[in-house]
Write a protein that binds this ligand. Structure first.
Ligand code: CO
Length: 187
């Protein structure tokens, strides 16, 4: 956890720079390290041994590198672990409908509890490069869409709580279809 940059550090407020593609060896290694960190953080024994907080996403500027790349490691809707490495990602389209996590979001760079709703698009289509410099285009919805938008915000120097309503943290945006991630559509 000592390698994770915490809030207050300028690098977390930096709009990060595009990564050279094909990737340089040092960028590949940084991404592999970041992925290993997420896997360790979700492994009970490793997490206990190294006192790791569990995380599902990690952006390069969270380890001090101001570059447009991040990793995700999480459980998909079928209960399978999935991993993604994204380099120079862009949201190329998104739903109008939005969702939020009722328990708010968390971040490895934020050591205090933050309450409030963070509105996110319910689904996003993302295009970028993978570790091998191949173009990937993928659509994410629900929880994975929330995680990817959280990580993409890091690349632009945005923290999740910037999106919480400052006057009332539980106030949702008006004139938008928005629901809790755990509510069924249409209910
Ligand atoms: Co974060």
């Amino acid at each position: 956890m000592d390698d994770i940059v915490r809030e207050g550090a300028p690098v977390l407020r930096t709009v990060t720079e595009p990564v050279q593609v094909p990737l340089r060896q040092e960028d590949r290694e940084a991404l592999q390290c970041m992925m290993q960190f997420l896997k360790n953080s979700q492994d009970e024994a490793m997490a206990a041994k190294y006192k790791l907080r569990s995380g599902v996403g990690l952006s390069a500027n969270q380890i001090g590198l101001p570059q447009r790349m991040f990793v995700m490691y999480l459980t998909d809707e079928n209960g399978r672990k999935v991993e993604y490495t994204w380099v120079n990602p862009k949201i190329i389209s998104h739903s109008m409908a939005m969702v939020y996590l009722p328990e708010s979001e968390g971040c490895l760079s934020v050591d205090r509890p933050v309450h409030g709703f963070v509105p996110r698009y319910e689904s996003v289509k993302v295009r970028g490069f993978d570790l091998d410099g191949q173009v990937i285009t993928q659509r994410f919805k629900g929880y994975q869409a929330i995680v990817i938008q959280h990580e993409m915000d890091h690349l632009d120097g945005i923290m999740f709580y910037d999106r919480i309503n400052a006057q009332n943290p539980f106030k949702l945006p008006q004139d938008v279809e928005i629901r809790s991630l755990y509510e069924q559509k249409g209910s």
